[in-house]
Design a protein around this ligand. Structure first.
Ligand SMILES: *Cc1c(COP(=O)(O)O)cnc(C)c1O
Length: 393
């Protein structure tokens, strides 16, 4: 028997079936709503297998299925479901395993719209959320009640980059029959293999690294088991989530170069983080590969690398100085999303979001996405930026 192929090889080939598409390597864009059946009998037959064949555009096309196959392979799961955005992937995975009267444990440093979903939407439907400290580890057991059905994790966390002890959390969860969902967007499924660490359902904003070019909104939910896949696919269908052919195509195209892009993001981010670390204006660098980052030891144990997004804690500066620095950057854009080729810089405000811990509103944070530009050019831009920060320019 052949040895299983390595990740780099699988990223290039997974999900592609040229033999089904006239020899074309990347599964072409199928744009469709209607799928025609030769007979009424075959239409009825198709209805029973609507998740596995081509029945109606909303349920999937060869283009979305090719992408789902490639992402499931990347994450190391059973199968994926593609949905219309990263946030839809979060909604679908939560609604798949929660109902009225259930209790959700949500990491306190989750992506902000995930928090809003819990407070503004799930609460309205009778699902109660308790936010927990990202560094809680196995002590999460103390927060579990009979109605707890899901523990949601995100590692590293948004804005503050804590690394969670997912294996410890999963071990406790599984003793209580609780599903562990993870937002695995930061690692892109490349630097962290969720199902080797006890995760049951891994979601990603493929909007970020997988598509990788700042031109697609798309989310992926990948499950470890076929039973969970059925549940997630059914929920996503109830919600009417689907992905257009062009977006699925562009995302599959992106995945072919994921490895080379991520290696470059990793190198550039480490170069920039080292630069920040040496500066007297900087209090701490929140990059999982650096010791200042809470959970760094767990990152070393569980991750094979780091992507391009990290945080910087500044010493005391007026907001106006920080804005001057950011406004004048030439290579770092001001904007949301990240994971594409370009560098970004925004201020972040953890104290406005977090409900656990002591978050000083006077503590200033910025978030950096290291793009694929030449790192020396990025550093020259940062040097000018710090002149503005210091009021010298
Ligand atoms: C961007 C992001 C999302 C949401 O993805 P969209 O495609 O923008 O809906 C979810 N989780 C994390 C960690 C993100 O950074």
């Amino acid at each position: 028997m052949n040895k299983p192929r390595r990740q780099s090889t699988r990223l290039v080939h997974a999900g592609n079936h040229p033999e089904r598409h006239l020899g074309v390597m990347n599964t072409p864009t199928y744009r469709t709503s209607t799928v025609l059946f030769p007979t009424v009998a075959s239409m009825k037959e198709g209805s029973k297998k609507r998740f596995d064949t081509f029945y109606y555009g909303r349920y999937g096309t060869p283009t979305t299925m090719a992408l789902e196959e490639a992402v499931a392979d990347l994450e190391g799961g059973y199968r994926s479901v593609s949905v219309s955005s990263g946030l839809s992937a979060i909604v679908s995975s939560l609604l798949s395993f929660l109902k009225c009267g259930d209790h959700l444990l949500m990491v306190d440093a989750a992506y902000d719209p995930t928090r809003n979903l819990c407070k503004g939407f799930l609460a309205k439907y009778g699902i109660e959320t308790t936010f927990y400290d990202p560094l809680i580890g196995k002590e999460i057991e103390n927060l579990i009640s009979d109605s707890t059905k899901v523990i949601f994790t995100e590692s590293p966390c948004s804005q503050t980059f804590e690394i969670q002890d997912i294996p410890a959390i999963a071990q406790v969860a599984h003793q209580h029959n609780i599903k562990v969902i993870m937002d695995n967007t930061w690692s892109a499924g490349y630097f962290f293999k969720p199902f080797d660490h006890g995760v049951d359902i891994s979601i990603q904003a493929a909007t970020k690294y997988i598509s990788g070019h700042a031109d697609v909104m798309i989310g992926m939910v990948t499950t470890k088991t076929s039973q969970d896949w059925e549940i997630v696919k059914r929920t996503s269908s109830y919600l009417g989530y689907c992905v257009g052919g062009d977006d699925a195509y562009l995302t599959s195209r992106g995945i072919r170069t994921l490895e080379v892009r991520l290696e470059r993001h990793q190198d550039n981010a480490i170069r920039l983080a080292k630069w920040f670390k040496k500066r007297p204006e900087v209090k701490a660098v929140l990059h999982p590969a650096f010791e200042d980052c809470p959970g760094h030891e767990i990152w070393k144990r569980d991750f094979s690398g780091a992507s391009g997004l990290f945080g910087v804690v500044l010493n005391e500066f007026e907001d106006e100085r920080i804005s001057r620095m950011i406004d004048g950057m030439e290579l770092f854009g001001i904007g949301f999303s990240w994971g594409a080729f370009e560098s970004l810089m925004i201020p972040t405000y953890p104290s406005e979001i977090r409900s656990i811990g002591d978050w000083n509103p006077d503590q200033k944070y910025i978030r950096i996405h290291a793009g694929q530009e030449d790192p020396d050019d990025l550093i020259a831009d940062l040097e000018n930026g710090f002149e503005r920060l210091n009021g010298k320019a």
